[in-house]
Design a protein around this ligand. Structure first.
Ligand SMILES: [Zn+2]
Length: 531
């Protein structure tokens, strides 16, 4: 029996004499020369020689292993494999099974010279492949470092402007008018309505919003990836972060085969420092909104599953404020509650360090402290009083004055940052400040400015809205519902975590956590919800 093997891949298409019919024709001719009349079995693959587990090749080898094959014929060693080691492995296996391997385009004998020839051709095939990869990589790096953008960016919310090759990156990759609006909506739904990736994906699908690939249905992993991506708030887009090699090939393998061999279709992250570079594009989402979304997302991760199930939400998501810096509190890895501004670095590379010193506290302890306050409001009938106090405090508007003061201070800071930006820019333009220190400094200032401006905008909005009104408070209506109050009081001590979470989210507007010693229980102040 004679086995013929031919392989073609996309990169071979341009080479003449390498199509499958051409390869097979050459192999059949050689078979007829070697052993006329012997039965011939043909195997083919249309996969890259990068992978060894090709269905055609494996079937051919299975047959060879049965020991009935006299000749194994293929056009050239690089049809067996791209990689030299793989070529030798296959070569050895065929030979050990008692078959003779014949290359139409290269005379191989089992002699030292033959083996040397085989290694040479293999080495050359490998070298050519590596050269193509390296050339592409260097081309990309060069382009990015020179401030250009390689035409490979597919990021929801942005579009690639064609024919803008020599313009700065932020003019080549620009927010897409429609998509960027949806990005903003996704962040709002998450941060303001508390929706998780699954619920957002469902809403987008219902609204008929097309995905980047033009599909109709949104998947929650796509939504999660968008919500977790800092580029939407910082505009810092790192290119060439992942290694995509081998995916196009693996995608063509049958699914069962991929599962069996544990081959994944996702790109692997590259080691630090091997990225192509960073470009600055226009952010779409205010930093404050982005951060709030992170906090809500963290709340959906109890046990790492069923993210959209309200029964699996954390009790205090979105309610905490830092007693030192007034920043937001967040769940960290589901175990602790921490001040978000201290943990900015987890989210945003190059974020300014915070000088807040609020110690982290175990999640259970903080939840218990807040729950204790809510419980006593009901049991001792103190909720009405607490609500009236909070409203009185609001009406006296210390909050408004506080906001006005903060806004004033912010404006001063923004002004100072702008002057610093101008100064460094001027020195850099005159060649008095080298690029390697001036550019990172400018980038840092730009990020700080963005954060300050978004906070200032938020304050202006809240000041324009004015203080809340008693009759608009949903709690006020509940308090006048005696039946409801009785029911809550009766079930209060029998509620499970989900039940308590629901009640806390309904009743509490915010809680403030103050610093206490490392081993001390947390100290919290809880305020009822006004809006
Ligand atoms: Zn803080």
């Amino acid at each position: 029996m004679i086995v013929l093997y031919a392989r073609v891949s996309t990169e071979d298409q341009a080479r003449s004499g390498y199509s499958l019919p051409e390869q097979l024709r050459a192999c059949r001719a050689r078979a007829a020369e070697l052993a006329p009349g012997t039965p011939v079995v043909e195997f083919t693959d249309d996969l890259s020689g990068e992978i060894l587990e090709r269905p055609g090749l494996q079937a051919a080898l299975d047959l060879v292993r049965q020991g009935q094959v006299q000749y194994f014929i293929c056009l050239h060693p690089d049809r067996l494999a791209r990689n030299l080691v793989h070529q030798l492995l296959i070569y050895d296996e065929i030979r050990r099974a008692g078959a003779e391997i014949v290359f139409v385009q290269a005379a191989i004998e089992d002699t030292p010279e033959g083996r040397l020839f085989l290694s040479m051709t293999g080495a050359i095939a490998e070298y050519e492949k590596a050269k193509i990869i390296e050339r592409t990589r260097r081309g990309m790096i060069g382009k990015v470092r020179a401030g250009g953008v390689p035409h490979i960016i597919r990021l929801y919310g942005y579009k690639f402007v064609k024919g803008a090759k020599h313009r700065p990156a932020n003019e080549v990759v620009v927010p897409d008018e429609t998509e960027s609006r949806w990005v903003l909506s996704m962040f709002r739904w998450c941060a303001e309505e508390g929706l998780g990736p699954q619920a957002i994906a469902e809403r987008l699908t219902q609204l008929g919003v097309p995905t980047k690939r033009g599909k109709e249905a949104w998947h929650h992993t796509t939504v999660r990836r968008i919500l977790r991506n800092p580029v939407y708030a910082t505009g810092r887009l790192v290119l060439g972060k992942r290694d995509h090699r081998g995916i196009a090939v693996a995608r063509r393998l049958p699914k069962e085969e991929r599962l069996k061999r544990g081959i994944k279709l996702t790109a692997r992250p590259k080691p630090a420092g091997q990225e192509w570079g960073t470009i600055q594009v226009q952010p779409i989402v205010p930093m404050d909104l982005w951060q709030r979304a992170q906090e809500v997302l963290a709340g959906f991760r109890i046990g790492g599953r069923a993210e959209n199930d309200p029964r699996r939400r954390y009790m205090l998501t979105g309610l905490g404020r830092c007693g030192i810096c007034r920043g937001r509190l967040m769940y960290l890895s589901g175990r602790q509650i921490v001040c978000a501004s201290r943990y900015m670095r987890h989210w945003v590379a190059g974020a300014p360090p915070s000088d807040c010193t609020l110690p982290a506290k175990p999640r259970e302890a903080v939840e218990a402290a807040v729950w204790e306050q809510v419980r006593s409001w009901f049991q001792e009938g103190l909720l009405r009083e607490a609500l009236e106090q909070e409203l009185a405090a609001m009406a006296a508007a210390p909050d408004q004055t506080g906001m006005e003061q903060e806004l004033e201070a912010l404006e001063e800071q923004i002004q100072a940052k702008r002057e610093e930006q101008e100064r460094i820019g001027l020195l850099f333009a005159r060649g008095l400040w080298p690029a390697d220190t001036a550019l990172p400094a400018l980038e840092r200032i730009a990020n700080e400015l963005k954060a300050l401006e978004s906070r200032s905008k938020e304050l202006r909005r809240r000041l324009a809205e004015g203080p809340p009104v008693l009759e608009q408070s949903p709690l006020w209506h509940l308090l006048n519902d005696r039946e409801w109050l009785e029911q809550v009081r009766a079930t209060l001590d029998h509620l499970d975590y989900a039940g308590r979470t629901e009640l806390v989210q309904m009743i509490v507007g915010r809680y403030v956590m103050y610093p206490t010693g490392r081993k001390q229980p947390p100290k919290v102040e809880v305020f009822p919800r006004l809006q």
